[in-house]
Write a new protein. Sequence first.
Lengths: 223, 313
Amino acid sequence: MAEHLNEYILDLPAQPEAIAQLTPGSIVFLNGIVYTAREGVYECVLNDGKKLPDNLAEISNVNFHCSPAAAPRNDGSYDIGGVTATASFRFSKYLAQWLDLTNTKIIIGKGGMPRDDYKNILAPRGAVYLTTVGYGTGALLGRGVKGVKDVLWMDELGIAQAMWMFEVENFGPFLVDSDLQGNSLFAEQGDLVNQNIEGLYKGLKQPTLQRYGETDDRKDELL
Amino acid sequence: MINLETVESAGYEIMKKAAIDIPADYLGGIKEVQKAETNTLSGYVIKTMVDNYEAATEDRRPMCADTGLPRYYIKIGDDAPLSGGFTGIERALRSATARATLDVPLRPNRVHPLWRTEHNNNVGINAPEMEWSFEPDADWVDITTVHKGGLFGTDYRMLFPGDGIDGIKRFYLDTLISFGKRGLCCQPAIVGVGIGGSKDTCMQLGKQAACLRSVGNRNPDKKIAKLEMELKEIGNGIGMGPMGFVGSSMVVDCHIEVGFTHTGGMPVSVHTFCLSSRRATARIHASGEIEYRTDPQWFTPYMRRETVEWPST
């Protein structure tokens, strides 16, 4: 890993050439509009047939896996406090259909997608994955949210699951996980960490009572 | 006199403090692991987290948008002059939770587990949790809140005496590795280990060990204290840092709590209190005056007593 991490600033909606230059492990800040969608939105659009705004990709092609710490104000506006991502791997089953439907090109979340998704789903659609940093940077990201352009389905889904359209400025930092070739920072780093794992168990005997489980290979990821 | 208005306002204030201000002991601990971290990526993540704590305090906004499952730990002195009764305290703290959720704001995380319905105020069936404890020779009430995310980083296993310390180490490694990959447990964390008790006590002790003891605090049993240090070292020797990147920053501190258990068993639980280790305590004195701190001082000698009698004056 280089001593210095590259840094990029992207204007949204993100253009193909801007996305193409991103390499795993680079730092990214965003300007423009970012929308939130997680299981609540995916279910109600993909399964219940709710209609998205017609020109969503022109408004935003960035899907943030996020529930804000937000509260409604009396004048109908919102107080956005902290903003952080939720674990993305749980949304893998919606990913391909969602990208096709919305033309979204950047997914932002926590912890990346299952390994196969980068090469099979994201890269072929010209899309990349950015991860939030450390996962708890709620205050830094909250600072980057300058306003709420719109909120969809607040009544049905509640604050945590509604579709928020955030107007953002200098919104970040994020780290590039995957690129357009389907390489992934999490996969690469995970492989390096795995080289050390077997040795940690050396000399520690197995417990008397075993457990049923899907894997005993500690190199496996459980997502 | 300690009245319910005071309890409500103390509960509200600690909700706010916990969500916004990182406890000094945890910040000190994170700066120690930061010094030892030689990996560029892991170092960058920790530096960003430290920037985030500063931004939260400066802006008075929550440090993490997942404000967890806000809950309370209450310790009541035998001589505390309470008015309004115990259910009154519960009512006041439920009100403080709802008010703080709107004002801070906290994310209204609490939903019905089956119907996913919510009140947008973090209050509902069996929520927020309130755990009660008591203290001899004291006339105050301590109220602690903890905001901890709940999806990843905790596990339980029934081990047996013959599995020994090896068994504990294996299970500890299993938990940190499985949830450390991709950083799902938001390490570096304060790791709590519960050993013994019945299954539910074991979980409770481990959780309290993670959330209610400050960084640097050691178990009074010297052999357990030594095991705490050893487990900390083992965790940081996995070769994993924040977000599951290569690094040495997994465990800020390790705390072990024990409870007498069934003669045939050795239940163990492991809990990780994340990068945003959020806790705050209010002590309400008999006069009604409120003092705030970040060290819950939950595990008093009385809490860890092993005798029938307790010498009380």
